[in-house]
Design a binder for this molecule. Structure first.
Ligand SMILES: [Zn+2]
Length: 164
């Protein structure tokens, strides 16, 4: 069962895994931020199961290149990220039968933070609770879910099986 840990614990773990990497997303891309559960990868894009999540089944799409603004990202690259986010959301709908999926590109206005990278990315988050609000889903105040290696592998297998 995925386990809820505190925000402070999560930040400490991420910091330890990431070391002094300047960008968390680039570190994930380079497999330099702890185990990485990849469900799709090509030369321009990566889709993973992030290991610190607010809702089980959360997926994340990122362009491989380090790009932090919508001004500089090539339109075709961002279009491809969004096409993959659509596929990820469809897979989440098939597997989890959520009430809804949130898709969001959040990042940080304060610069590169431990849990919120400026490197553009898209969260795909299945929701089950009718009272879920963005403020709950995008804040780590109430803790973060983590899981065991076998649980991530099982989830990865289900996502890849349903990836179309
Ligand atoms: Zn980066």
């Amino acid at each position: 069962m995925p386990q809820l840990i505190t925000r402070a614990d999560a930040l400490e773990r991420i910091q330890a895994e990431r070391g002094d990497a300047a960008c968390l997303m680039c570190a994930i891309r380079d497999r330099a931020a702890g185990p990485t559960y990849v469900v799709h990868e090509d030369k321009d894009q990566l889709v993973i199961l992030p290991r610190y999540v607010r809702r089980w089944g959360q997926l994340m799409v990122m362009p491989a290149a380090h790009v932090t603004t919508f001004t500089e990202i090539p339109e075709a690259t961002w279009a491809r990220s969004n096409a993959l986010a659509l596929r990820a959301a469809r897979v989440a709908e098939v597997i989890f039968k959520p009430r809804r999926c949130y898709l969001a590109s959040t990042g940080s206005s304060a610069g590169e933070l431990t849990q919120s990278s400026t490197h553009l990315h898209i969260h795909v988050i299945p929701l089950h609770d009718p009272d879920d609000r963005p403020a709950d889903v995008f804040s780590w105040t109430d803790g973060v879910y983590v899981a065991e290696h076998e649980e991530w592998e099982e989830l990865k297998r289900r996502v890849i099986e349903n990836w179309v």
